[in-house]
Write a protein that binds this ligand. Structure first.
Ligand code: ATP
Length: 369
């Protein structure tokens, strides 16, 4: 298994700085995801690791080997693309065999490896078909088999599921993860779909504007976002501007948010901000509906109540801001009329604090700085 190290990589296209000194260390056998909005630089970074782009400065290591000067075909990476990139005039077998023929493997070896790769992606028996007789999901499996057949050091996947329909995307993402784990191959996976990233990854790097915003396991990215960009990009996050009023019970401060007094976790160490941005997830609000007298209670006007079956999602208006609150296992009373008042409570410990200007997380007591 091969590690991947990306050190201070810069890449410009004309005046666009697509990568601004990106550094990452990817562990052997890890499924590592680059997640970010369109144009954030994730494809550029992947193509730089593959050797399709040459960085302006910085280093790429595969294992201990510095590969800056190695052309793509010598880096032994397997690439899977969004648009499948299967050769339409070749049979499935020949598509998967392609990289092996280029490497001049013997006929027996090729047959064995192609058959093993097709078995792994559940396409045994499809070798003689041409890609136009395959579904999108099957074509993408051919792409995956072709990338794996060459037994690459690392697998590079560029939005491999984005051309598939929603149901197939969900099925294929666990399949890709299973195959990657069975092979024990180090993989970089590019997506802009945050749910896909949370499900599939060992760790995620969230990117924006050519910069890594945060690296961590899915749980930490969701529960412990380092800044407002990550907090808002991954999942839904409610944000309210607040003013610190003073000390609360041990470990908490009192804050005024949209006319309501709330307890918020006290930041560690010296802290002199008066204004702060508080954040909480829709699912962390409790007691929607008639729940008077709860600590940290907020009251807001219902804009819409969407019944989702397993939950009801309330879109509320609070001090000119839109707030989302989700109630799992709703009762009939939770589906509130537009214009009515919803009361809900936000447990102080589920509130995160951010700097109102820089957007950086203001670390709370008990967490590492
Ligand atoms: P998407 O999800 O839309 O593919 P991305 O995060 O993968 O986006 P990149 O394709 O890496 O983003 O692009 C990063 C930036 O570099 C963008 O501003 C893009 O316009 C620019 N860029 C990428 N490739 C080129 C190129 N060949 N020539 C000029 N600019 C480019």
């Amino acid at each position: 298994m091969t590690s991947i190290r990306i050190a201070e990589v810069e890449k410009r296209f004309g005046t666009v700085r697509a990568l601004k000194g990106v550094s990452l260390a990817i562990e052997p056998g890890e499924l590592f995801t680059l997640l970010g909005p369109s144009g954030c630089g994730k494809t550029t970074l992947l193509r730089t690791v593959a050797g399709f782009n040459r960085q302006d400065s910085g280093d790429i290591f595969l294992g201990d080997e510095l590969v800056n000067d190695e052309p793509a075909y010598r880096r032994e990476t397997g690439m899977v693309f969004q648009n499948y990139a299967v050769f339409p005039h070749m049979s499935v077998f020949e598509n998967v065999a392609y990289g092996l023929r280029v490497r001049r493997l013997g006929r027996k070896d090729i047959t064995q490896r192609v058959e093993a790769a097709l078995r792994r992606v559940r396409l045994e028996g499809y070798g003689e078909r041409t890609p136009d007789k395959l579904s999108g999901g099957q074509q993408q499996r051919v792409g995956l088999a072709r990338a794996m057949a060459i037994e690459p050091r690392v697998l590079l996947l560029d939005e491999p599921l984005s051309n598939l329909d929603a149901k197939l995307r969900v099925e294929m993402r666990t399949e890709i993860r299973d195959i990657q784990k069975q092979l024990g191959i180090t993989a970089i996976y590019v997506t802009h779909d945050q749910e896909e990233a949370l499900v599939i990854s060992d760790r995620i790097a969230v990117m924006d504007g050519g910069v890594i915003q945060q690296v961590g396991p899915p749980w930490a990215i969701y529960k412990d976002p380092a800044n407002l960009f990550v907090a808002a990009f991954v999942g839904s996050m409610n944000l309210i501007d607040a003013e610190i009023l003073g000390e609360g019970p041990s470990g908490f401060l009192r804050a005024n948010a949209a006319g309501c007094e709330l307890l918020v976790p006290a930041p560690a160490g010296h802290y002199d901000l008066r204004r702060i941005r508080i954040a909480f997830r829709p699912e962390d609000a409790t007691g929607t509906g008639a729940a008077p007298g709860l600590a940290n209670e907020l009251r807001a006007t219902v804009k819409t109540a969407s019944f989702l079956g397993s939950a009801v999602s309330l879109d509320l208006e609070l001090g000119g801001r839109s707030i989302l609150v989700e109630r799992a296992r709703p009762g009939a009373g939770d589906i509130l009329e537009p214009g009515s008042t919803a009361s809900f409570a936000v447990p102080p410990t589920s509130i995160l604090l951010f700097h109102p200007e820089t957007g950086e997380r203001v670390t709370a007591v008990g967490e590492e700085a």
